[in-house]
Ligand binder design. Structure first.
Ligand code: ADP
Ligand code: ZN
Ligand code: ZN
Length: 736
């Protein structure tokens, strides 16, 4: 009998809940509990997974009233000290609940109540033995002999699947062989193969060489390098060179790409150049596959991790460099759940570790350009493509009084004809998927709009449905007008499906390939559809934003941008920046590999200054003008913004909840240094059936914003999120 009182320690745990505090539990003193480990915790009437964040002073508690943890899942921390520190920084900077943030740092596979599984595979191999032993097996145990033979023929060992192919009931026999000491079972890494023959890269141009030489001496400290260079100017080659140097020192590299930019093409290209193991992580993979890449990278058996946004949170045994390709891309900003900007968090992580970041883009974000004024930031430019082909100048096509067919003006159609007949490929950009964006009654003016969003429904003719692109709600296309009953329903405007259909008829001798979210699922899907494009056949490529990213289309000679006018009159303050970036990214696809390109932009506003400037100015000039304008208006990057966004069942509830925060904001010690806008209904007030309102606070400095948030957080935390109304905080939101 042991009557000694048990002794306990108290720890705080982060749970995946939208709540700003952590939860305390007691842990038996015998347990080796460390921050970063996962535990099963009793919670309400069930169990939840919790991540241990810190020890708590025991004396604060009556231990009898505190719940005990249920089980410890990890013997070693799942998240390292460094990552826990980064998670705390992210939670603090972006005002997101630490519990949700720490869970964001774990691969989804580890967010379940289960212990970690090895990511290595079991293999069996034969041990040395005497011929007599084999002879005797052959006589007495032919099935064991058969397995032994197979294993002897495969000195690297066989896995379960291979052994099963040899013999259906292999497992029992292998067990016997193991007992006899003839076979040994081992775990082996399951890594993507490193090619036997490496590809040698091109000889770097003088510009590339110079950039590499400038960056190389900075690889041991925190520095942020921004490389501006048009598509095809050889940025990736520069990354590869510098990666090689970092890898040769035994350090690891994280290589971030935008959501749709990660293609098997890129992974293959990088792997063919490096004698190190390259693994990847993206949303099209299974949870286990992502976990495997994560685990291999953190143990250091893989040295390069190429991935989308969340790959940034991968632990590493010795991280030496982070690359952020297409750093301007909006997909680096997480728009729901935990809100953060992957580029900015990556830079913070690099700063904590004292390692460099290399970012690249043809059209850097205004934020990054403005940051160049800060210490540790460096600008590099690749002005020319290695093959000397220049990106095409943009020509405007005035369509103000021009009849369009399939959204194309006669001059655009002529150009398409010409390029196809010269065996060129054509890319047409239209950032609107579906068949037609507007469906109306010709008699009474009724418009098809979503019943749960302030948005029009898009006609998808192939399925004869109206679909809301904001919430996914769909309905049959009505035969008669729901308002007046007349059968005069018409559609207006043009989406990619209609454009594709038109082109298939108009240019029937050529393939038309549509790339948008409806036609393509995942990176593999794109690769497959793009096969004729890769082969260099003359064809037409039609698509949305998806086309503007990452891909290499060396045979495109004509790019047509059908409709970019919307952006000229958008209330979104980044609209001009987006327009310029998109137009330059898309038009930059023309004229690679030595072929001369042409880029045509249809517009009804040829005299609009932005349209004019697009044709004559470089991105550097355009960006300088846009920065000037932002400065005048007091918008980011010259202001820091925090938006409090509430969505509720009623608009009044949303506005009222924000109204409760107005007084504390006005009472803040720094109120004089900030500007408050709102509470006002959000631009798209109703979305997925909920009403949205917002309250923004801006300042030209970060300090008052931080202080204000600190003072405001207690009030925000006091307001509970319920079904009736939910509040989220957006620090540095992309929109206002
Ligand atoms: P970016 O990343 O800027 O789009 P890449 O590095 O992908 O550019 O280069 C575009 C193309 O030019 C690739 O096919 C690449 O192999 C080729 N290339 C890059 N650098 C050189 C060079 N120095 N000499 C010859 N070809 C090069
Ligand atoms: Zn009607
Ligand atoms: Zn909707």
């Amino acid at each position: 009998m042991n009557n000694m009182p048990r002794s306990y320690q108290v720890f705080s745990f982060a749970l995946p809940l939208p709540i700003y505090h952590s939860f305390d539990y007691k842990v038996d003193q015998d347990i080796d509990a460390q921050p970063g480990q996962r535990f099963v915790l009793p919670f309400a009437n069930g169990k939840k997974l919790g991540l241990l964040v810190s020890a708590v002073d025991n004396s604060r508690y009556d231990l009898n009233r505190l719940k005990n943890i249920e089980t410890q899942l990890d013997s070693a921390p799942l998240l390292s000290k460094h990552l826990m520190q980064l998670a705390r920084w992210l939670a603090d900077y972006y005002c997101q609940p630490l519990g949700e943030v720490t869970f964001l740092f774990m691969p989804r596979y580890c967010r379940k109540l289960r212990s970690m599984k090895t990511t290595r595979v079991q293999i069996w191999s034969a041990l040395e033995c005497e011929q007599a032993t084999l002879d005797s097996l052959q006589q007495k145990a032919p099935r064991q002999f058969q397995l032994m033979l197979a294993l002897k023929q495969n000195p690297d060992g066989l896995n379960a699947a291979a052994l099963k192919a040899v013999q259906a009931n292999w497992h029992a026999q292998i067990k016997v062989l193991q007992k006899k000491g003839l076979v040994i079972a081992q775990h082996k890494e399951n890594l993507p193969p490193i090619p036997e023959v490496m590809q040698t890269g091109p000889v770097l141009t003088r510009q590339q060489q110079k950039i590499c030489e400038t960056i190389a001496p900075t690889l041991h400290d925190f520095h942020v390098h921004l490389i501006q260079g048009v598509t095809g100017s050889g940025k990736t080659e520069v990354y590869v060179q510098l990666m090689q140097q970092v890898l040769a020192q035994g350090r690891q590299v994280i290589y971030l790409v935008p959501e749709i930019g990660l293609t098997p093409q890129l992974i293959k290209r990088i792997q063919q150049r490096l004698t190190y193991t390259v693994v990847s992580s993206h949303s099209a993979q299974t949870d286990f596959k992502r976990y495997q890449s994560w685990d291999q990278f953190r143990r250091g058996v893989a040295q390069v991790l190429i991935g989308t946004r969340s790959a940034l949170f991968s632990d590493a045994s010795g991280l030496g460099l982070m690359i952020i390709d297409e750093e301007h891309d909006a997909s680096y900003r997480q728009q729901d759940g935990v809100r953060y900007h992957a580029r900015d968090v990556a830079i913070k992580r690099a700063q904590m570790l004292g390692i460099p970041v290399i970012m690249g883009s043809a059209t850097p974000s205004l934020e990054s350009l403005q940051n160049l004024n800060k210490p540790h930031y460096h600008f590099h430019e690749l002005r020319q493509r290695p093959n000397q082909s220049a990106p095409p100048k943009i020509e405007l096509l005035d369509i103000a009084n021009t009849p369009l067919t399939g959204g194309c003006s006669p001059r655009l159609l002529q150009a398409i004809d010409k390029h196809l007949s010269l065996q060129g490929q054509v890319l047409l950009f239209l950032n609107r998927r579906g068949y037609a964006p507007v469906v109306m009654c010709h008699d009474c003016g009724w418009q098809a709009s979503c019943y749960q969003c302030d948005a029009r429904m898009t006609l998808h003719q192939s399925v004869n449905k109206l679909i809301c692109h904001h919430c996914g709600y769909s309905m049959q296309l009505p035969q008669q007008c729901p308002d007046c009953g007349e059968p005069n329903i018409k559609h207006y405007g043009i989406g990619t499906q209609q454009l594709e259909q038109f082109l298939q008829q108009r240019f029937s001798e050529y393939k038309t390939i549509r790339i948008d979210r409806d036609s393509v699922q995942g990176a593999e899907g794109i690769e497959h559809r793009l096969e004729p494009v890769q082969r260099g056949e003359p064809c037409i490529l039609v698509g949305t934003q998806m086309l503007a990213k990452g891909h290499d289309y060396p045979h495109i000679t004509l790019v047509g941008i059908l409709d970019a006018d919307q952006a000229l009159f958008s209330s979104f303050y980044r609209a001009a920046e987006r327009l310029v970036q998109t137009v330059l990214q898309v038009s930059g696809r023309a004229g690679r590999a030595g072929k001369t390109g042409q880029a045509l932009l249809q517009t009804r506003f040829v005299n609009h200054p932005l349209m004019q400037n697009l044709c004559v100015q470089s991105y550097t000039d355009l960006a300088r003008d846009m920065l000037q304008e932002r400065k005048l208006l007091g918008f980011p990057p010259f202001a820091r913004v925090v938006t409090l966004l509430v969505d509720a069942l009623q608009l009044d509830d949303a506005l009222q909840r924000l109204q409760l925060l107005v007084k504390p904001i006005q009472a803040s010690s720094v109120f004089a240094s900030v500007k408050m806008v709102g509470p006002i209904p959000a631009l798209m007030t109703r979305r997925v059936g909920r009403y949205r309102a917002q309250l923004s606070v801006m300042s030209d400095q970060i300090r008052p914003i931080r202080i204000l948030l600190q003072e405001l957080m207690p009030f925000i935390i006091k307001q509970k999120n319920t079904q009736k109304s939910r509040l989220v905080i957006e620090v540095d939101p992309l929109d206002l």
